[in-house]
Design a protein around this ligand. Structure first.
Ligand code: 13P
Length: 279
């Protein structure tokens, strides 16, 4: 919690300075994240076991995003462990409360210890038909409530093959960030063709795409875009993590399958905790 207040104040100061000094180059001091998206996996016992075996690091922000019904026990396990591990939801509703069966509000997420929430994951865009407008409403709701949104964007294989990657990402970014002036969010570039397929993007391709994403963010947010951590997601694992970590515009990873095993996820945390990122 203390870490998140410190980060909030740092970001706020950067936002204010960025606005005042306009185009002046500010020294970037982006946070590095290793985030687990468990999707629809794990029981209560498996969650307890995971937190017994996971380590943490001062050099990297570790965040676990379990399914909704495991959030509160996960919060208690984290507290018990005394480790600086953050907790995030996998989805949030865009309104405060009401007759929305099966949905979770931002207040409910915060009530059980969440500081983060994943928004616009490609699986939700695909199965729950979330579009950019809905993603934008959810991002606004998260920011208003004090949750840090982890906004996911990415192109499909068809769009990649049709050379539409930049066009797709730009549309998703402008859509998700409509009428938003804050840089207090995390962005995850998750090419849909790399998710759960074992076909991860090469570190070079991911770096090139992250640099493009940052250039679009600059059009939207100006110099504040330098503060936004951009994570790579899509078959990231303990073997390819070091290649991503070596890239200047890759500020961490959002991990699905490889986050389910505490030892494997630990290995990824250790990669990002070691040494300085190239820049
Ligand atoms: P995988 O790591 O299983 O490819 O999933 C990535 C992802 O969707 C994280 O949000």
């Amino acid at each position: 919690m203390e870490q998140s207040i410190e980060r909030y104040i740092k970001n706020l100061v950067r936002d204010v300075i960025g606005q005042t000094l306009g185009e002046l180059q500010l020294q970037s001091d982006r946070q590095t994240y290793v985030i687990a998206n468990w999707k629809m996996n794990k029981t209560l016992n498996e969650t307890a076991e995971f937190f017994q075996n996971i380590s943490s690091s001062q050099d990297v922000s570790v965040v676990i995003c379990p399914p909704a019904q495991l959030l509160y026990p996960a919060h208690l396990f984290i507290k018990q462990s005394g480790k600086p591990i953050g907790l995030g939801g996998q989805n949030v509703h865009w309104t405060d409360k009401g007759a929305f069966t099966g949905e979770t509000s931002a207040r409910m997420l915060m009530d059980v210890g969440c500081e983060y929430v994943i928004i616009g994951h490609s699986e939700r865009r695909q199965y729950s038909f979330e579009d950019d407008e809905l993603v934008n409403k959810k991002v606004k709701q998260a920011l208003k409530s004090g949750l840090t949104p982890i906004i996911c964007i990415g192109e499909t294989l068809g769009q990649k093959n049709a050379m539409q990657t930049e066009q797709v990402l730009s549309k998703q970014l402008f859509g998700a960030l409509t009428d938003i002036d804050s840089s207090q969010f995390i962005l995850a570039y998750e090419p849909v063709w790399a998710i759960g397929t074992g076909q991860s993007a090469t570190a070079e391709l991911a770096q090139e795409t992250h640099a493009y994403i940052r250039s679009v963010l600059k059009q939207i947010l100006g110099q504040k875009a330098e503060n936004v951590s951009i994570l790579y997601g899509g078959s990231a694992n303990e073997n390819n993590a070091a290649e991503y970590h070596a890239m200047p515009d890759i500020d961490g990873v959002l991990v699905g399958g490889a986050s389910l095993d505490a030892k494997v996820f630990d290995a990824i945390i250790n990669v990002f905790a070691k040494g300085e990122q190239n820049s």
